[in-house]
Design a protein around this ligand. Structure first.
Ligand code: GAL
Length: 392
């Protein structure tokens, strides 16, 4: 009997290793059929997250209408635990910042119809060094998270004692698969060992970049680094160029609109990183653009890419369900300019006649288009269109 199991396992491992790109073997928790949407504490609150902030953020997800648009995960990042494990080796919530404990918080978030995410690290301590990591405690910690009702784990890469990366991430994946509760597994390995090429088998998303910062240069560089891995993403597992900075105040409204548009087209996780309890109406308007969100959540799950570029004038495009195509004309230069998307670059047959929908103006362009579409685009702004082939 033991031999049969051995051979079955060997065969499964062999198949996983030899799978050609395109036939994706996926983590089996069934989650992440579309990119995850929600909020995470890090970009705005950094080390100062508290249970009060998390509770009030859950309330704000409801009162602002964001939850109805698909934002569902409320994710606590680093710095939620005590520096030391308890006498039984369990992680313990920080007594001064999370006095009610994580279980109570999960119950509260669930009572609002939302899901709770937590953070740990595939190392000895997390990046802030204010709490332990899960290296060597994978099964125990996964069980703890499940017993608290946690729905999502972001798993970081600091202080990892130079242990094998794949093994560290795989161990937590296996531990999560045994706890009897579906937990979204979000790897945060910063793209160091090309996780797109191996993570789809074990995780629902994987960071492809180092940390985003709240400025234009950082944002566009994350987009470019993430772009090269487009063919590895799809339902069940997504490339993650890091969380949104929209609403954190250091970019212009046009820049944040570009940020949100490109993340949506790239099928990136839409994890809001600002203080949604006090966001401006412009921020809310960007984050709640349903037409743009629908691109991100499209059932085809195909990551759009940069398809042409003339200096700082770029065209990004990707296929959507029902034969539609989404395009972004992105002006990264310092002056307004005309940008043209040609059918040959965006995957449409040259004879295609299409209707174009402007996703930020919420209106259709006049008439139908053939061969190309041109538009004037302000500096650092973008135009985002869905092209639908005409029925005639
Ligand atoms: C970084 C990670 C960030 C944040 C931070 C917390 O490694 O990329 O997104 O989680 O750690 O210390």
């Amino acid at each position: 009997m033991k031999m049969i199991w051995f051979w079955l396992l060997t065969l499964l491992c062999y198949q996983a290793k030899s799978a050609p790109v395109g036939r994706r073997i996926l983590v089996s928790n069934g989650l992440g059929q579309t990119p995850q949407m929600g909020w995470n504490s890090w970009n705005h609150f950094s080390r100062h997250v508290t249970e009060e902030i998390v509770r009030e953020t859950a309330d704000a997800m409801i009162s602002t209408g964001l939850s109805k648009l698909g934002y569902e995960y409320v994710n606590i990042d680093d710095c939620w635990a005590e520096l030391n494990r308890d006498d039984e080796g369990n992680l313990a919530a920080n007594a001064s910042t999370f006095p009610s404990g994580i279980k109570a918080l999960a119950d509260y978030v669930h009572s609002k119809g939302l899901k709770l995410g937590i953070y740990s690290d595939a190392g000895l301590q997390t990046c802030s060094k204010t709490m332990p990591g899960s290296l060597g405690y994978e099964e125990q910690d996964a069980k703890t998270f499940a017993s608290w009702g946690v729905d999502y784990l972001k798993y970081d890469n600091c202080n990892n004692a130079s242990k094998d990366t794949k093994e560290r991430y795989q161990n937590m994946s296996m531990a999560l698969s045994k706890v009897g509760r579906p937990i979204f597994y979000s790897m945060c390995e910063w793209g160091q060992e090309n996780p797109a090429t191996w993570a789809p088998k074990i995780a629902n998303s994987w960071r492809t970049t180092g940390d985003i910062h709240n400025n234009w240069e950082s944002m566009i560089s994350r987009a470019d680094q993430n772009d090269m891995w487009a063919s590895y993403a799809g339902p069940g597992g997504w490339n993650d160029p890091d969380m949104l900075e929209v609403g954190n105040g250091n970019m212009t409204t046009e820049e944040y609109r570009s940020h949100f548009s490109i993340w949506a087209l790239m099928k990136a996780p839409l994890l809001v990183g600002c203080d949604i309890r006090s966001m401006s109406s412009e921020t809310l308007e960007i984050l709640s653009n349903e037409e743009v969100i629908n691109v991100n959540q499209d059932s085809l799950g195909s990551q759009g890419k940069k398809v042409s570029k003339e200096g700082d004038l770029e065209v990004w495009a990707g296929p959507l369900s029902n034969g539609r195509v989404v395009i972004i004309l992105w002006n990264r230069s310092s002056k307004s300019a005309f940008i043209t998307a040609k059918w040959e670059d965006i995957g449409l047959p040259s004879e295609s006649v299409v209707e174009a929908r402007d996703l930020w103006n919420h209106s259709n362009l006049k008439g139908s288009l053939q061969g190309n579409v041109t538009s004037s685009v302000h500096s650092h702004a973008c135009k985002m269109y869905i092209l639908t082939p005409s029925s005639s």
